[in-house]
Ligand binder design. Structure first.
Ligand code: ZN
Length: 100
């Protein structure tokens, strides 16, 4: 059990969510409510942010629609090819692209 560095109270591991929607684990003190992230937790959340940044893409105007450029890493990962048909699924938090 992890102890609080301020009051020596017991710390509980919880999961939070940043304003960008990134889940992360952290410890909160039961006594003084101090919140900390250990190195592994920091590393984890930093990695998620890096991954998010890597997959940022800009929409470009194509007539009345918008075109999305899919990064090479994702093209390779999902074995996508030009002219391939994909399914676009509107979801609550965004749009999902499913390879055919
Ligand atoms: Zn404390």
């Amino acid at each position: 059990m992890r102890k609080c560095s301020k009051c020596k109270g017991k710390m509980k591991e919880l999961t939070g969510k940043t304003s960008e929607g990134v889940n992360y684990d952290y410890f909160r003190c039961n006594k003084c409510n101090d919140e900390i992230l250990n190195m592994a937790q920091l590393h984890n959340v930093a990695g998620k942010y890096r991954a998010m940044k890597k997959f940022h893409a800009k929409l470009t105007k194509w007539g009345l629609s918008l075109g999305l450029r899919i990064p090479k890493e994702l093209v390779d990962k999902y074995k996508l090819t030009a002219e391939e048909e994909v399914t676009i699924l509107p979801e609550k938090g965004g749009i999902k692209i499913i390879p055919a």
